[in-house]
Structure formats: C-alpha cells, structure tokens
Design a protein around this ligand. Structure first.
Ligand code: PMV
Length: 331
C-alpha cells in the first residue's frame, strides 16, 4: 500500500480558457494565463491498495458515488496506464473552495489529485508532466500545478501545459456571491458555445492576441495593461457564451453591480479590474497595497443589495501544487 498527500490552490484566469480544440485530450482552443491564489486549498490523499476491487472517493468526509467519483476514477485510469498497474485507490479530498460555484474547485481538485496520485503510483513526473496530467482532469487544473502567474499554451498533448511566467505581484479580491453549484457545467457550456455562438471564432482570434499582449504586459510589470486586458477578456468570454443558444448567463445582477463598482474605483484613481468565471462570483485584481481598500468598497456594494449574502476575501499569489505530509507540513 502506498500513500501520498498533496495540496493545491485554485487559480483565476486573467486571460480565459473557454472552449476545447480536442475534448478527449482536454486541449484548449486558445492559451490562457492565470493567477494561482493563496486561499481555498484542496488537500488530497491517494492510497493505492491492491486489495480494493474499485476506487473509492470521499470529498469533505462524504463518500461519493456519482459523477465526481467517476471523474476521479477516469483520471486514475490515466495514472494507472502510465504506471503499468491495475491497482485501485482510496482518494480522500478536503476542499475549502465552494465546490462547483465557478471558483475553480476543479482546478485545485485535479491539481492536488495529479500530484498525489502520481506519487502514490510511483510516477516520477516533472512539472510539465504534472501539468499535462492535471489538464486531463480539468483544463484549468493544468495551471494550478504552477505557482503565481501561469501561462497554459495551446498545442498537442505533449506541448499543451502550463509554466510560470514573470509578472508583478498581483492581489486578488474574491467576492463569493453564491456558494451553490452552478447551473450549467463549464464542460457543457463550452461545448454549447462552440456549437451555437456565432461569436466563438472572434473569441478565439481576440483571445490569442490578448494573451500575447498579456504575457508582454506581465513581463514589463505594466499593471494598467494587465488590468485592462483582464477585464476586457472576461467580458468578451461572457458575451460569447451569452450569444449561445440557449444562452449561458452566469453573471447575476450582483455581479454586474460589482463590475460597476470597480469602474467607479478606477475613477477614484485605484487600479482595480474585475473578472468572473463560470458563475456569478467576481474577482478583482489590484496592486497589493490597495487590496484592503478595494475589499472594503466591494463589501459596501454587496451589503447594499437586499437579501444577498456575500463573502469578500483578499488573496495573494499562491504556491504550485505540492506534496505535503498528511499532518499538514511540506513533505
Ligand atoms: O477547466 P474548467 O472546466 O474548470 O474550465 C474553466 C473555465 C473558466 O474558469 C471559466 C476559465 C478559466 O480559464 O479558468
């Protein structure tokens, strides 16, 4: 019996991944760039046990026998194929990010699983190898292998992985508006966008251009340009999926109110820029020195909306996925 435990953090894309060029290999239609956060870690233990007749998956103390468990098992099949064994495993995961709420729980989840499972099954993978493996679980998980700012390039199975790129220190204020599971999974929504949104080709073309510009802005430490590109790319992604049939609309009135507040903050001279993933939650980037002021402003905005319960947290750049000892320390 071999056991390994790993921890990974969610990432939020500044240039988004929205659409696959190959679903079975989880290859993206375009590259993307994200910030790995230092909040909401997922910790996962994989115990390979020859005596098991099937994989067992437990999330936050609850045994799962559903789609989530099947995704874990399908992922372990990839690891087993590489390791040349048929042995099953017990997987125990603790997720502190609200699951399925558009806060990248699949990113931290599959990044932690990739690191723990590859160690438990005795695979010796380097960082690109781990990122490629995590990608097969969930595209965005390829980026949670990497600390700080990660660039995930488009390409084939061998070349599509994430790596760290130079960037200034970016703070992110994360506003959780709805910790419930999202209505349409990103997998289904991406497929529908590709099949029915007339804007999808323009999304691909413009995202490729923005990504090149974003990498350059990060290298130059140009926070203003990083922010402008971030907000424009997020709104373009949502516009593209809103043009699908039936439309996919993740942003709620509260999300829009937060985007408006961020525009107002800029008018007050604060470099804040908003983004949102496949859910109503909003994440705002700003220089670290302004993060508490931005958080206070966003709390004020959400508090003014009747019936809304929101959580506002300040995050900084986080570590890449790594092995830990089960007691919690670094391995
Ligand atoms: O890898 P998935 O299925 O969690 O897709 C992530 C999609 C977005 O979060 C909306 C964008 C991104 O690049 O993370």
């Amino acid at each position: 019996m071999t056991t390994a435990t790993a921890q990974a953090h969610p990432n939020i894309a500044l240039i988004k991944y929205w659409g696959k060029s190959d679903e079975s290999m989880s290859l993206p239609a375009t590259g993307s760039l994200s910030l790995t956060l230092d909040i909401f870690p997922t910790t996962t233990t994989v115990e390979v046990d020859e005596a098991l007749t099937a994989d067992a998956f437990e999330l936050n103390g609850t045994v799962r026998d559903d789609d989530a468990a099947r995704r874990v098992s399908t992922f372990l099949d990839l690891v087993r194929a590489q390791a040349g064994t048929g042995a099953h495993a017990r997987v125990r995961s603790t997720n502190t990010v609200p699951t399925g709420a558009g806060l990248a729980s699949s990113a931290s989840g599959f990044a932690a699983l990739a690191v723990a499972a590859s160690a438990a099954y005795g695979l010796d993978l380097d960082e690109p190898g781990l990122s490629r493996l995590a990608r097969r679980g969930s595209g965005s998980a390829s980026r949670s292998i990497i600390p700080n700012v990660a660039l995930w390039t488009e390409g084939d199975d061998a070349s599509s992985y994430a790596r760290e790129v130079p960037a200034p220190t970016i703070a992110m204020v994360v506003v959780t508006l709805d910790a419930g599971a999202k209505h349409v999974s990103s997998r289904v929504a991406m497929r529908r966008t590709i099949e029915t949104s007339p804007f999808f080709p323009a999304w691909v073309t413009s995202t490729r251009v923005s990504l090149d510009e974003m990498v350059a802005a990060c290298a130059a430490g140009d926070f203003t340009r990083i922010g402008e590109l971030t907000e424009a790319n997020a709104l373009r992604m949502h516009a593209t999926m809103q043009a699908a049939e039936p439309a996919i609309r993740y942003l709620s009135p509260a999300s829009i109110a937060l985007f408006d507040r961020v525009v107002a903050l800029r008018a007050e001279g604060i470099e804040a820029y908003a983004t949102a993933d496949a859910g109503p939650n909003v994440a705002v980037i700003c220089p670290p020195a302004d993060a508490e002021r931005v958080a206070a402003a966003l709390r004020e905005t959400t508090a003014a909306i009747p019936g809304l319960s929101a959580e506002v947290l300040v995050a900084g750049p986080g570590p890449g996925a790594h092995l830990v000892d089960p007691a919690g320390g670094a391995a």
